[in-house]
Design a protein. Structure first.
Length: 422
């Protein structure tokens, strides 16, 4: 029986740090598909590596001007100015560059590649990740008559956009209306996107943003070995971006009040050694209480570093004026990859009360919620009083609420029933 294929377009360089998209690619390959993944690359982020031989990662080339617009060094991390206004966010800059890219002549080069692959083994469907990926692959979908799937990670709502983002949003709305299915993390986020893009809710498939199971039980010593820590040292882990909306300043400042024997480890998902914000965080950090890990790692190594911590922390701070820092955060739901990683490893979590994930943590009793960084030390002490119970609850909630594979298998079953299987 001849092979068939699926095309995935994710026009950002961060694929290796997005568990749901990596999971999807892995499960498609295990289901017998040839999977062609079209991505951008950046020196700050590692290219993903998949064990499945039927996965091919294809890097889309950028011209110099676009690469400069996409580079984090071109405008730095979005931070408030002294007047209270803000610089254009990295996300906004990225999307503006992608709008230009989708109009470029490179569309023709990619289309020629798509046509060649299609005649070798036909595409069963295309998956466009995020608005730029959706808009980019919509053209190929229409030319070949291949179904289009939209995978939404970040909510971009019309009422919250800057002027530079509106053209991409308008194209996302049109393309999403042509999509057979829209994959999104939970029902609340689906409702927001459905209303904004005029989409029927029955087209949505709910798939949490989480690593593949099962839950992990073995504790690792990654951080103790990396930093030469005494074996009894306890680790509070922040693993993720350090940009606006992450509350990283509060988290680092709070480390001074952590109980004796505790340290905060900040691990970034991109190469950040020369980051101005890292330099500022280092200058403000209490010596001996904050350790920085500033080099991205493979997914396997990431599993180990999470399993080497005792508690995980994630702050989400909605900020008016930034498109992905409003409803996208306040209705966070099951879209936090870092929280899912923490729970899989049995780490109780600390989150702030500003978003819906705080309700999730309270309802399932998997950690503690706080108003601000000043409350983190007390939350650590409360968690340690019930640590074994909360740790077990974290794993159970991961298994019951964040099972990516079961949710995605339902989607694959539906595609088979529609005659679109590999």
């Amino acid at each position: 029986m001849s092979k068939k294929r699926v095309g995935v377009f994710f026009l950002e360089p961060i694929l290796d740090s997005v568990p749901s998209i990596c999971n999807m690619i892995t499960l498609l390959a295990r289901d017998g598909c040839l999977v062609d993944v079209f991505v951008f690359s950046s020196p700050e982020y590692p290219l993903p590596i998949f064990d499945e031989p039927t996965v091919t990662v294809r890097v889309l080339k950028l011209d110099v001007a676009l690469r400069q617009r996409l580079s984090p060094a071109s405008s730095g991390n979005p931070i408030p100015s002294s007047s209270g206004s803000t610089q254009q966010s990295t996300a906004s800059r990225l999307r503006a560059a992608l709008v230009a890219f989708t109009k470029s002549s490179l569309n023709l080069l990619t289309l020629l590649t798509i046509l060649r692959l299609h005649f070798q083994a036909p595409f069963q469907y295309f998956i466009g990740v995020e608005p730029a990926g959706l808009v980019r692959v919509d053209l190929h979908s229409r030319i070949l008559g291949v179904p289009l799937i939209y995978y939404s990670l970040e909510l971009l709502l019309s009422s919250e956009l800057s002027d530079v983002e509106r053209p991409l949003k308008q194209r996302e709305q049109k393309s999403s209306q042509r999509a057979w299915r829209i994959l999104i993390q939970d029902a609340d986020r689906a409702k927001l996107l459905a209303e904004d893009n005029n989409l029927p809710l029955e087209r949505f498939v709910m798939i949490p943003n989480a690593p593949l199971g099962p839950a992990q039980f073995a504790r690792q010593r990654y951080w103790h070995e990396k930093f030469g820590l005494p074996p009894e040292t306890k680790i509070l882990l922040y693993a993720g971006g350090i940009w606006l909306g992450t509350g990283i300043d509060e988290i680092v400042s709070s480390a001074a009040q952590l109980p004796d024997g505790w340290v905060l480890v900040v691990h970034t998902r991109s190469s950040s050694e020369t980051s101005t914000q890292i330099q500022q965080l280092r200058a403000s950090a209490t010596p001996g209480k904050v350790l920085f890990s500033l080099t991205p790692v493979t997914r396997k190594e990431y599993d180990d570093l999470v399993s080497s911590a005792d508690i995980g922390i994630a702050f989400y701070v909605p900020i008016p004026g930034f498109s992905t820092l409003q409803s996208n955060l306040s209705t966070l739901g099951l879209s936090s990859g870092k929280v899912a990683y923490y729970l899989r490893a049995g780490l109780p979590v600390i989150v702030n009360n500003a978003t819906s994930i705080a309700d999730f943590v309270r309802d399932f009793e998997i950690g503690a919620t706080v108003e601000s960084g000043a409350d983190i030390a007390g939350a650590v002490e409360r968690i340690m009083q019930r640590y074994d119970i909360l740790s077990q609850s974290a794993r159970e909630v991961f298994a019951s609420q964040l099972d990516f594979e079961n949710s995605f298998r339902d989607f694959l079953k539906e595609m088979r029933e529609l005659g679109r299987h590999c």
